[in-house]
Design a protein around this ligand. Structure first.
Ligand code: ZN
Length: 325
């Protein structure tokens, strides 16, 4: 199996011996366990890796089984205002780097973000491997969406001003190849935005193995702000901005799920918190405090295509800065 410079062993229990794809360290410690999967943490850069690492054919099956069109539509419809606000905030941040131009969203789902991007004056293209979701984005939002792997599509070099990947990179086995291909299709100075769950988050610290966003084997990697920034620097990007955040009610629900399970008490408490604006406001204040310390459950990195190609020997970025919303 080709997973870049990651060497996967067959029998992890006795012999968990891999090279970290970010810092090449071979020293890992057990961080948590979900079902049959372990989350191993690199002692060099803090990256988490799912073990055992699934085979390519398993990954394709997981993608087809996990992301069903009806479920996705229901999720967006049930929280439409939330998603709209979230995407508008992300587009506001993108526009502070690139006010307009050609935008490629990798893993565009049913196309809600792309339709907001088009409304915000970007010329949009999407990639979505789930064919049903891609067809929905085409027919429902009249979007241009490819349903194939990025390197199969073979866009021309220097095509895009912005490439976005929300909740995608943690699913990609070969991180270096993916980021190299994105770098090739970005225009000089083009912007890459990557968002992924944050293994260094307060939510992960409190929930540990019960943290809902670990999601192995669907999630192969578990990034931190430092590990993600370092990976982007190594693959030829200049990191401009690192921020962490999370939806307030997700924070409450996930931490309670971890602490109280799915008991009646937990369900009632969750409902009360969702109904109580005051409780959510208090949680939001606490969260924003933690976000400034890069402890939000989602990490977002904004990076531009560097003019000179960097190598694996590049050091961890010192350009990233944290920022609350
Ligand atoms: Zn590492």
């Amino acid at each position: 199996m080709n997973v870049g410079n990651l060497i996967v062993t067959k029998n992890y229990k006795q012999d968990f011996s891999i090279k970290c794809p970010v810092c090449t360290t071979e020293s890992f410690s057990a961080w948590g366990r979900v079902d049959i999967y372990n989350i191993e943490r690199c002692q060099g850069c803090g990256l988490g890796i799912t073990s055992p690492f699934p085979e390519q054919k398993q990954l394709v099956a997981i993608n087809q089984e996990t992301y069903l069109l009806e479920q996705r539509i229901t999720t967006y419809r049930s929280r439409y205002e939330y998603f709209k606000k979230r995407y508008q905030r992300q587009l506001h941040d993108i526009k502070s780097f690139k006010p307009s131009g050609k935008l490629l969203d990798i893993g565009c789902n049913i196309g809600v973000f792309l339709s907001e991007a088009r409304a915000a004056s970007f010329e949009t293209t999407g990639i979505e491997l789930n064919r049903e979701c891609a067809e929905y984005a085409q027919s429902h939002f009249n979007l241009s969406v490819h349903s194939d792997y990025l390197d199969n599509i073979a866009f021309e070099a220097d095509s895009f001003d912005v490439v976005t990947m929300y909740d995608v990179l943690e699913h990609i086995p070969d991180l270096h190849s993916m980021l190299a291909e994105i770098r090739r299709v970005l225009k000089p100075g083009g912007l890459l935005v990557v968002q992924s769950p944050n293994l260094d988050s307060l939510m992960a610290d409190l929930s540990k193995s019960a943290w809902g966003w670990l999601s192995p084997p669907d999630h192969l990697y578990h990034f931190t702000p430092g590990a993600l920034s370092s990976l982007l620097v190594q693959t030829g990007y200049d990191v401009q901005l690192v921020k962490t955040w999370e939806p307030a009610d997700d924070f409450c629900a996930d931490v309670m799920q971890a602490k109280l399970g799915n008991s009646l008490l937990a369900r009632i408490t969750r409902k009360l918190i969702r109904l109580s604006g005051l409780a959510l406001a208090l949680v939001t204040v606490v969260q924003k405090n933690w976000w400034t310390r890069q402890k939000g459950a989602l990490v977002e990195v904004y990076a531009v295509k560097a003019t000179i190609s960097c190598t694996l020997s590049s050091s961890t970025t010192d350009k990233g800065r944290s920022n609350d919303l």
